[in-house]
Design a protein. Structure first.
Length: 106
């Protein structure tokens, strides 16, 4: 039986005990949920979990380049959107020559 199946069976049993009104069952269910939460907190994050196969196929340097390329694509889309926002503002006379401003926060 896998760990996932054991957890599901344990939750089903403790859930049934809690549903039947067994006070100890509710405490057992809470302990099981806390144990599952602790296991999740110890497990690697989603990014590390998905790197198993990819780390063997794609070197870290290539991953770095692909991430940077994705960022550059997003910056390109931002530039296009900013260009068209400026054109709309100019056409409507809203621009005032300055679109961005810095605001100091104390």
């Amino acid at each position: 039986m896998t760990e996932q199946e054991r957890s599901a069976a344990s939750l089903n049993a403790s859930g049934a005990a809690a549903a039947s009104g067994d006070a100890g069952g509710a405490g057992d269910r809470m302990a099981e949920l806390e144990a599952r939460l602790a296991r999740l907190e110890r497990s690697p994050g989603l990014r590390e979990r998905g790197r198993g196969l990819m780390a063997r196929v794609i070197p870290d340097e290539a991953t770095h380049h692909f991430r940077n390329a994705g960022r550059e694509q997003l910056l390109g889309v931002r530039a296009i959107v900013d260009f068209w926002i400026d054109r709309i503002d100019d056409a409507e006379g809203r621009s005032g020559g300055r679109r961005r401003e810095s605001i100091e926060i104390d």
